[in-house]
Design a protein around this ligand. Sequence first.
Ligand code: FE2
Length: 244
Amino acid sequence: MENNRRNFIKTAAVLGLTGMSNPMDLFAANPELSQKSDIKPVNGKYELPALGYAYQALEPHIDAKTMEIHHTKHHQAYINKLNEALEKEPQLKSMPLETMLRDLRALPDSVRSVVRNHGGGHWNHSFFWTLLKTGTKPSPALTNMLTNSFGTVDNFKKEFEKAGTGLFGSGWVWVINQMGTLKIVTTPNQDNPLMDLAEVKGKPVMGCDVWEHAYYLKYQNKRADYLTAFWNVLNWDQVEANTR
Ligand SMILES: [Fe+2]
């Protein structure tokens, strides 16, 4: 962690990209950022992270074929495009992906939209995979947090599903943590609430990919059914960990 912190500060200082008065404040407020900042190129290239579970692990709610294509084709494609773009600005390879996403406006014009779309895609999917697991349920502490923010857990689920079905086109539904209160927000395409250009900014504690590629094979056009099934594969333990 110390190394990450030193590297972050060093690269941020060299490149002048943080837009923050003091990067240390960011880490103090969000200690888990040091983990996220591990999304960095290895030998100059971003790599596809392992899922940590089998493609069929989420059956029947999310089918193995969808998971395999989503991971090896869609996610990999975001990574490939990101790597290709960074060849134009190799100095950015030493900057954690999250740092670039938090300050897109400071990036060179030549890579800004690719980092937004494909770097966003890489970050979002890397985060999403960690949120998928069968057989967990909200702990009493998380239930409390959800109840305080949404009235009941069922109401939270309803509001989340409504936000997901109401999002026009491709994008993501998120839960962000704003000073201990959880809030549901959506972003288009591969944007996320970390980005400086997000309408509502915050630290994501969970997110759901509502691009058709995430559900079309099994659910076709029925996004609502996919969102209902999502609760069976949500890793509530990870969600709780992300609130800390
Ligand atoms: Fe996706």
